[in-house]
Ligand binder design. Structure first.
Ligand SMILES: C[S@@+](CC[C@H](N)C(=O)[O-])C[C@H]1O[C@@H](n2cnc3c(N)ncnc32)[C@H](O)[C@@H]1O
Length: 216
C-alpha cells in the first residue's frame, strides 16, 4: 500500500488527509481545490480560524465537500492539530492561505452551495477591506449555484447594518437577518470561538445570509 506523507512535517502518516503546506503554497492548494470542480455540494469557509465550525460542519455533513481556508499560520496549525485529534474527515479540505488569492482562479469552475464568513475582522478604518465592498464578492456571486448563499456572522452591529444596506446595491438579496443573544436564545449553540466569546458576554450576534439576485 502506498505510504501517505504529511505535507507539513514530511513525516509518514496513516491518516487519509493530505495537507496543504504553506511553503509549497498555491500549487498544492490548487490541486486540492480542483477536487471541488463539477460538484454541486461545495461549501467554503473563509477565515475558519482554528476550525471549530469547519470540523463540526464536515462531520455533520459527510455528503458535502468543505474547503476551509485560513491565512494565519498559527491558527492553521491549531486547525491541523484539531483535525488530527478527530476521526478522519475525507470531505474536509483544509487550506492554508489567503482566500482572496487562492480562490479567484477556480471560481469559474465551481458551483458553490454556501460560503461562510464568520466573525470577519470588521476593518473599521478600511472600507475596501470589508467583504461586502470587495470586487471578490462579484466573483463569488458568479460561482454560487442558483440557490447558493453567503453567510456572514458578526457581533459588530454597524458592520451587519452596512452589509444589509450595501448588499442590494451590489446584486444581492438579503434572505436572512437573525439576531441572537443569550437572554432571548439561551439554548443557542455557538459555532466558533469568537461566537462563543461574544455570546457569553451577552452581545447580540447577527447571522446574515445573502443570495444573488436573479435576472431582472
Ligand atoms: C476574527 S477571526 C474569526 C475566526 C473564526 N471564523 C471564528 O469565528 O472564531 C477572522 C479570521 O479570518 C482570517 N482571514 C481574514 N481574511 C482572510 C483571507 N482573505 N483568507 C483567509 N483567511 C482570512 C483571519 O486570519 C482570522 O483568523
Amino acid at each position: 500500500m502506498a505510504q501517505n506523507f504529511d505535507r507539513l512535517t514530511a513525516k509518514p502518516t496513516s491518516r487519509r488527509f493530505r495537507w496543504i503546506a504553506p511553503a509549497a503554497g498555491d500549487q498544492a492548494a490548487d490541486i486540492e481545490i480542483r477536487k471541488a470542480y463539477g460538484r454541486s455540494d461545495v461549501v467554503i469557509e473563509i477565515g475558519c480560524g482554528v476550525g471549530w465550525h469547519s470540523i463540526t460542519y464536515s462531520r455533520n455533513h459527510p455528503e458535502k465537500l468543505v474547503i476551509a481556508i485560513e491565512r494565519t499560520r498559527d491558527k492553521f496549525s491549531r486547525f491541523k492539530s484539531r483535525i488530527l485529534s478527530n476521526s478522519p474527515m475525507p470531505n474536509l479540505i483544509p487550506v492554508h492561505g489567503d482566500a482572496l488569492r487562492l480562490l479567484p482562479p477556480h471560481l469559474e469552475h465551481l458551483s458553490i452551495e454556501s460560503v461562510y464568513i464568520l466573525y470577519p475582522n470588521p476593518e473599521p478604518k478600511a472600507k475596501a477591506q470589508r467583504w461586502i465592498h470587495m470586487p471578490f464578492m462579484d466573483l463569488l456571486s458568479k460561482a454560487l449555484s442558483p440557490t447558493g448563499r453567503v453567510v456572514f456572522a458578526t457581533n459588530v452591529q454597524n458592520y451587519a447594518d452596512e452589509i444589509l444596506a450595501t448588499a442590494p446595491l451590489r446584486g444581492w438579496n438579503v434572505s436572512e437577518d437573525s439576531r441572537i443573544n443569550i437572554t432571548d436564545n439561551p439554548d443557542f449553540q455557538p459555532r466558533t470561538h469568537f461566537e462563543r466569546k461574544y455570546f457569553l458576554r451577552g452581545e447580540t450576534l447577527r447571522h446574515i445570509e445573502l443570495k444573488k439576485k436573479g435576472p431582472a
